[in-house]
Design a protein around this ligand. Structure first.
Ligand code: BDR
Ligand code: CA
Length: 370
């Protein structure tokens, strides 16, 4: 298919997949969203950030970096390189070099390369940057009440910001790419960002702040063709696309282990969700994360039904006591269960489902229309 024809088909596909206004109504303009990004960039972070920079609906306020897919130094160099290529100047502050309690896992190199961007990043002068990421997040929150904090990496900086500046973060919408209800990608039960720093995720979940988790269950459905997408980026993506094509190709190959076919680009799911929440389904949940060192490290347990919430909050001994007396005349089981439920309200919205194909098409369209 010629490039021109392919573009028209892509555009039509995007238009058809986004709900059209009823006849006679005027399409509402997509509102602008103020977004501050915390990132362990990372190939998929790079694609997500490029998408935001190319989206008119995003007002990108600034960035903080964190260790995750690679060291915080590599992540910062990668971010600054991407911003250079995009021709964008935004405030950047350097954040945590390691998780709150665990040693820094280095396994991100398997999918993102030893430098986090398959050798596409270039060294920058990092010493001149602000080095207090939690303070940078809080300052942005103070200046932009209601902003969205998009966390694309482990939640170390976000947890520290929540602990040090709780009042500043009160009006912030935290959207974090983290957790899974189904299988994991860092272990059989844990998603990478939750696994890397579960103590940080735990602090964020217990903070009482407005938290949404875009989970692996959802982002694993945002897939791109591992042969075609890098090619399209290189041929039709302008300077930014040419920059991303090689690392994206290597990242997808690492996922498919050299085979062709679809591969997920995780962080774009959260970036698109922030701008277009109707493309995901958020459910109120009570979420716990395991901070154990063993098999369950980083596992996220999510209760979304009354039964699940009750059995997550109460111990088996407490529930057994209720079972012993629930048929006793005058005993109010509903009241007892209500008290259990009220003792621990839901602490997050979980996005377990997104419109993966639509999100992938939107991202491809945004990055290849140049
Ligand atoms: C998450 O882990 C990292 O590899 C990606 O950048 C993404 O944030 C997916 O589990
Ligand atoms: Ca990431």
């Amino acid at each position: 298919m010629s490039t021109h024809l392919r573009r028209i088909v892509l555009l039509l596909a995007v238009l058809l997949s986004v709900s059209l206004p009823a006849a006679g109504t005027v399409a509402a303009a997509q509102p602008t969203v103020k977004v501050f990004v915390d990132t362990d960039i990372g190939v998929d972070d790079a694609v997500a950030i490029a998408y935001l920079l190319r989206s008119r609906e995003a007002d990108v306020l600034g960035f903080t970096t964190v260790a995750g897919n690679t060291t915080v130094e590599n992540a910062t160099n990668n971010l600054l390189t991407l911003l250079d290529v995009a021709g964008v100047q935004e405030p950047v502050a350097v954040g945590a070099a390691a998780p709150l309690q665990f040693p820094r896992s280095r396994t991100g190199a398997f999918v993102h390369g030893p430098d986090g961007l398959w050798f596409a990043g270039t060294p920058h002068d990092l010493a001149s940057l602000p080095q207090d990421a939690p303070a940078a997040i809080a300052a942005a929150a103070r200046a932009n009440p209601g902003m969205t904090l998009l966390a694309l990496g482990p939640l170390t900086n976000v947890a520290q910001a929540a602990q040090r500046f709780p009042e500043d973060l009160r009006s912030v919408k935290i959207v974090a790419l983290a957790g899974t209800r189904g299988p994991g990608n860092s272990s059989p039960v844990a998603e990478f960002n939750a696994f890397f720093d579960p103590h940080a995720l735990d602090i964020v979940l217990e903070s009482g702040l407005d938290v949404t988790l875009v989970t692996l269950d959802a982002f694993s459905t945002v897939t791109f063709d591992s042969a075609e997408f890098p090619q399209h980026l290189a041929q039709e993506g302008g300077a930014l696309g040419q920059f991303l094509a090689q690392p994206v190709g290597a990242y997808m190959m690492a996922q498919t282990q050299g085979a062709s076919g679809p591969a997920a680009i995780a962080d774009v799911a959260a970036a698109v969700y922030v701008l277009r929440p109707h493309l995901g389904q958020a459910t109120s949940a009570l979420v716990d994360v395991s901070t154990d060192t063993g098999l369950t490290r980083g596992q996220t347990v999510m209760a979304t039904t009354v039964n699940q919430r009750v059995t997550m909050i109460a111990t088996d001994a407490q529930l057994s006591e209720l079972a012993d007396k629930f048929l006793t005349p005058g005993f109010d089981l509903a009241l007892a269960l209500g008290q259990i439920l009220m003792s621990r309200p839901d602490n997050a919205q979980v996005v377990l489902v997104v419109k993966g194909k639509t999100i992938a098409r939107l991202v491809e369209h945004a990055l290849t229309r140049y």
